[in-house]
Design a binder for this molecule. Structure first.
Ligand code: AFP
Length: 347
């Protein structure tokens, strides 16, 4: 079929034919196949990390099903308790934590799991080579209002020998030591985006087939963007340097977009170019977001996509955590925007 056939005009309008539209293009590689095809890129390739990624994908499908049904069955609202970070726990927070923990415990590849929902790390299986840090359901205050939420995960190789007790050196690793990281976005469609240090690839979930397919190969964040994402309700306690940066965004008539779900805000900026900021505030002098299971994963993905992530004074991936639920100010997104936003920071 030639190009003219492909772009037949209907009733005088130049409507592309079905054959030439994106709809008619073949669905990308299935996630399982993609993981298998790329297993050799990984220096410790034994299939364990691949299996771990499959376990995460499987648990995310279960969580996706529950998120979609939340309004129909009694899955909305809080459980009347707070998690380790002091946030109000939602029913779906608890459920998602159970789903991911079970999937990872069954797999056997993970020795220790750090979760936003648990006070201390969970000892899963001393034979596993990997430590995982996870926020099972990020943005959970958006559940009840049907706004996008996500799962964020970081994977580390354990430092102690297999069989030895888990040590702080396994748990408190800096972001640069991650061997894989990713997120799942439960949005208008569900997407899994991950990196193993060889670029960033995005997969869209096809619910009728129950499978993720490669839809966004080798994602790159535009170096320059025009979107800024920050909760300006706390502006009175921002540093003068940050206030000046935000004023420059307004002077340039940038677009302000803030969902209040880190994964959703990050994902939009990754695709379109932009910056997400959660700074130190009077209420949260160390910032609100958690280094181990929120910032590190997104920092790794941002850098792999050509972007940057900073605390305002340091590269996120260089920060050695001093405790499990450590918080950190977070600037992430298009490289030039992060550079400008963090210039002369006085935290
Ligand atoms: P929740 O999980 O409590 O909804 O918090 C979400 C979050 O950690 C992150 O996803 C948002 O970007 C950020 O907090 C929103 O915080 P503010 O409501 O203070 O802007």
């Amino acid at each position: 079929m030639n190009q003219m056939d492909n772009n037949r005009s209907y009733a005088g309008t130049n409507v592309p034919s079905f054959e030439s539209s994106r709809i008619a293009q073949p669905i990308g590689t299935a996630l399982d196949r993609f993981i298998k095809n790329n297993q050799d890129q990984f220096q410790y390739a034994s299939g364990e990390l691949s299996q771990l990624l499959r376990d995460i994908a499987l648990a995310s499908k279960v969580v996706n099903r529950e998120v979609n049904k939340a309004g129909l069955i009694d899955l909305m609202g809080g459980v009347g308790a707070q998690n380790s970070a002091g946030d109000e726990q939602q029913k779906l927070d608890v459920l998602a934590n159970i789903r991911f923990t079970r999937a990872l415990a069954k797999g056997g590849e993970v020795c220790a799991l750090i979760s936003e929902e648990s006070d201390s790390f969970v000892d899963l299986n001393n034979k596993g080579h990997y430590v995982i840090a996870i926020d099972p359901l990020d943005g959970s205050s958006n559940i009840d209002v049907n706004v996008s939420i996500g799962t964020i995960f970081s994977v580390y190789r354990r430092k102690t020998a297999v069989g030895e007790p888990i040590h702080d050196t396994d748990i408190l690793q800096k972001g640069a030591d991650q061997v894989a990281a990713g997120y799942v976005l439960y949005g208008s469609s569900t997407m899994l985006v991950y990196t193993t240090g060889h670029g960033v690839n995005g997969f869209t979930y096809e619910p009728t087939l129950g499978e993720y397919f490669l839809s966004h190969p080798q994602m790159k964040i535009p170096a320059e963007g025009r979107i800024y994402s920050i909760n300006e309700g706390a502006a009175n306690s921002f540093s003068e340097a940050l206030k000046a940066y935000l004023q420059s965004c307004k002077d340039s008539e940038y677009t302000a977009r803030y969902v209040g779900s880190l994964v959703a805000d990050f994902h939009r900026n990754l695709l379109k170019g932009g910056i997400y900021i959660y700074p130190a505030t009077r209420k949260d002098p160390e910032g609100k977001l958690r280094l181990l299971y929120e910032c590190n994963a997104l920092a790794f993905i941002a850098e792999q996509a050509g972007g940057k992530a900073s605390s305002g004074t340091a590269r996120i991936l260089d920060i050695v955590p001093n405790r499990l639920h450590q918080r950190i100010p977070f600037f992430v997104g298009s490289a030039s925007m992060v550079e400008l936003a963090t210039k002369g920071m006085d935290f």
